[in-house]
Design a protein around this ligand. Structure first.
Ligand code: COA
Length: 255
């Protein structure tokens, strides 16, 4: 079996690659855990200064595995991402994302907790929570309106409209957009730049910039409580079943 998360170290940089391309890097519990463990490793190892997150193939990640959502809704209600999200938002060292294609659901919301984002021209950011009968997570219901204003955030979070790479750059969601073939070279260059800086100064600066984000932590918890309720809702059941059956969901019976 191939590793669904591949970890590779180059000097002070730990590269974390989501590696389930046959399922568009949909995140399973094992993958969330492996990524969270890698974040913890970077923070704990004084010889590691930076983490770089990317995906294999044409998709950064298609978000939470929908079959896992369905399994949780029908019994195992423990959230796969309940350890991942707090670990991500509490990370002390810089985290760079290299977005190699579509970033869906948590694939986009997790990026709000990354420090620098390099996107391939093919990157596309989509948060289809409402169409799955769900609510946003990872603090995105607070962070997106704060970054983009209510109207743009509504297009992304209520309508689930995709945001392309050029728009993401214009709206300040990503730092750079480069040709797909240049993505990793550019992101690794940013990682090397950070890794050459004084690590303690970086950690303290990140802490200062993230300081006062107790409202984000509270929002993540509030969202998670609602998210758990929504997972077992009839609306979500219809959306998950439609995805599995590769058909359009029918929400006409819901009021
Ligand atoms: N969970 C589980 N399986 C997923 C998945 C997900 N989030 N996203 C994709 N897959 C699977 C597909 O079911 C398909 O499996 P199969 O080959 O066994 O049929 C395989 O990955 C390839 O996906 P496919 O839809 O054929 O590729 P595509 O290039 O046409 O589209 C996406 C790619 C990512 C746009 C599309 O798969 C998609 O929209 N996925 C769902 C995203 C989503 O709603 N995520 C949850 C967010 S909260």
């Amino acid at each position: 079996m191939t590793d669904t998360v591949v970890i590779a170290r180059t000097d002070a940089v730990l590269e974390i690659r989501l590696n389930r391309p046959e399922k568009k890097n949909a995140l399973t519990r094992a993958m969330y855990d492996a990524v969270a463990d890698a974040f913890i490793r970077v923070d704990a190892d004084p010889t590691l200064h930076v983490a770089l997150l990317t995906g294999t193939g044409d998709t950064f990640t298609s978000g939470n595995d929908i079959a896992d959502f369905q399994a949780r809704a029908t019994g195992n209600t423990e959230s796969s991402s309940s350890r991942f999200l707090p670990t991500l938002s509490a990370m002390q060292k810089p985290l760079i994302a290299a977005v190699n294609g579509a970033a869906i659901g948590v694939g986009t919301t997790m990026l709000m907790h990354c420090d620098l984002i390099v996107a391939a021209r093919s990157a596309r950011f989509v948060m289809p929570f409402t169409s799955l009968g769900l609510v946003p997570e990872a603090g995105s219901s607070l962070l997106f309106p704060r970054l983009l204003g209510h109207q743009r955030a509504s297009a992304l979070l209520l309508l689930g409209e995709p945001m392309d790479a050029a728009t993401a750059l214009e709206w300040g969601f990503v730092n750079r957009v480069v040709d797909d073939t240049e993505l990793m070279e550019t992101a690794r260059g940013v990682a090397r730049q950070l890794a050459a800086l004084p690590p303690q100064a970086l950690r303290l600066t990140k802490r200062l910039m993230r300081h006062g984000t107790t409202d984000v932590t509270a929002r993540i918890e509030e969202e998670l409580a609602l998210f758990r309720e929504r997972l077992v809702s009839p609306e979500a059941a219809e959306a998950f079943q439609a995805f599995i059956e590769k058909r359009k969901p029918d929400f006409s019976r819901f009021s």
